[in-house]
Design a protein around this ligand. Structure first.
Ligand SMILES: Cc1ncc(COP(=O)(O)O)c(C=O)c1O
Length: 440
């Protein structure tokens, strides 16, 4: 009997007792190769001495000081590092304790911006189907993950959804990338017009869709077209890079690859690499100045925002990534991972698509490659793969409901940025065995 209210109270979990680099180790001494960093969190692997030391040092000097009384050196240093690295005028950083909090703050700041600039009628938020922005009520409301939302629908604020950019399934036969992207931009424009051309506050999207659909990158030019539509109607663009940001795609900010700068950006996971719970919201000068010159106060806050120890850990994580040139490794090992997956699954009848960017890779499973028909959801193939992989000492992040919240299965891979070529090959080999065993 356990007193911990586990997320799945019926499951029997092994007890993790140690972490070393790419490995997690349980109480029985079994070693697991971490190919997903939990949910794309542990980007430096486990037990990194530099981060451990930074935390130790910060706790012994000053663990925490409330942000209504003080700022701290690690918060200032981390904000300066992020602002310096972020594209465009994303120069202001608001620290939080995770991804959902970063998204909540982004939504409230978007709303407050419009109030500050004299457009209080802007209240609608548009997001995309098959997306995930967090589990707190605001983030859940705008998310498009049907099964996560269903039970809580009566509690959720109004939000509106358009199609995601999911080329493998949604690009029509014979449609070019350019035509597909135009169709999606037109759909967003029509949605804005339907809601009222001056009534929409923000459009929210994951730069690369994470767990809900399995590392789905946008088609070229998608975000440039979306940005143009947002600008035309004064709608703020919020990009959620909680999972895809902080180097996961091989770029510190995933949107760099799409040549687009949002007005507000949410990050978390890889920011602190799991060593401390930390997230952040970045906003542009224009948004920040509206608050500064307007009410002078962002109507938000939590007890642990700007937590000194969390910021110190994140500074150490980000310096390590920079100084060890790990983004280049992410790009190279990512290429290797996709190439080896293609090779391993070339003849596999149930592997429909292999996609992603950097070390953020999705493998979508199907019943039939030609028709792309999904596997029967009652088989719970994703859950079997997770279990077969764990039996083989491999941690991956599979999920069901890839297509519409109910149908479809995929496996998300997000190994630490320190992965070696041998680690990547080992991941592919064990995953191949797990997939074959699950579909047998
Ligand atoms: C894209 C995205 N946004 C938001 C969140 C929520 O973050 P957290 O679980 O840290 O609250 C997640 C978590 O998986 C995510 O992937």
């Amino acid at each position: 009997m356990t007193h911990v209210f586990h997320r799945n109270p019926r499951s029997k979990l092994p007890m993790a007792v140690a972490g070393e680099g790419m490995m997690l180790i349980d109480q029985q001494g079994k070693r697991y190769l971490d190919a997903s960093g939990g949910a794309a969190v542990s980007c430096l692997g486990h037990g990194h001495p530099r981060v451990v030391e930074a935390i130790r040092k910060q706790v012994s000097e000053l663990a925490y000081a409330h942000t209504s009384f003080f700022t701290t050196a690690p918060a200032e240093e981390l904000a300066a590092m992020l602002a310096e690295a972020a594209p465009g005028a994303l120069n202001h950083v608001y620290f939080l304790s995770g991804g959902s909090e970063a998204v909540e703050a982004a939504l409230k700041l978007a709303r407050q911006y419009h109030v500050e600039v004299g457009q209080p009628q802007r209240r609608h938020v548009i997001a995309r189907r098959q997306s995930y922005h967090g589990n707190t009520l605001g983030a859940l409301a705008i998310g498009g993950n049907a099964w996560r939302r269903e039970m809580f629908l009566p509690l959720l604020i109004e939000a509106h959804h358009v199609a995601p950019c999911y080329a493998y399934r949604d690009r029509a036969e014979g449609e070019s990338d350019a035509q597909y992207v135009q169709r999606l931009a037109d759909e967003l424009e029509q949605k804005i017009i339907d809601l009222g051309a001056d009534q929409v506050a923000a459009f929210v999207a994951e730069t690369v869709v994470g767990a809900t659909a399995g590392a789905v990158p946008p088609v070229a030019d998608y975000f440039r077209k979306i940005r143009a539509v947002c600008d035309k109607y004064g709608v703020l663009l919020i990009l959620d890079e909680v999972m895809s940001g902080m180097g996961r795609t091989g770029y510190l900010f995933a949107c760099e690859e799409d040549d687009v700068v949002p007005d507000i950006l949410a990050i978390a996971k890889g920011l602190g690499a799991g060593y401390q719970p930390i997230g952040a919201m970045l906003c542009s000068d224009r948004i920040y100045d509206a608050v500064l010159q307007g009410s002078g106060f962002f109507q938000h806050g939590h007890t642990y925002i700007g937590h000194a120890t969390a910021c110190a850990a994140a500074v150490a994580v980000q310096k390590t990534i920079q100084e060890e040139g790990l983004l280049a490794n992410v790009r190279q090992r990512g290429e290797q991972l996709r190439a080896e997956l293609h090779q391993a699954f070339a003849g596999h009848a149930n592997v429909g698509d292999i996609r992603g960017r950097g070390l953020f890779v999705g493998v979508e499973l199907v019943a039939d490659r030609a028709s792309k028909a999904p596997l029967d959801p009652s088989l719970r193939t994703h859950a079997r793969i997770k279990s077969e992989a764990m039996q083989r000492g491999l941690l991956v992040y599979p999920m069901g409901g890839t297509i519409d919240g109910r149908r479809g299965d995929h496996v998300l891979l997000a190994p630490p940025f320190i992965a070696t070529p041998a680690d990547i090959s080992e991941i592919v080999q064990r995953l191949g065995e797990a997939v074959t065993a699950s579909l047998a």
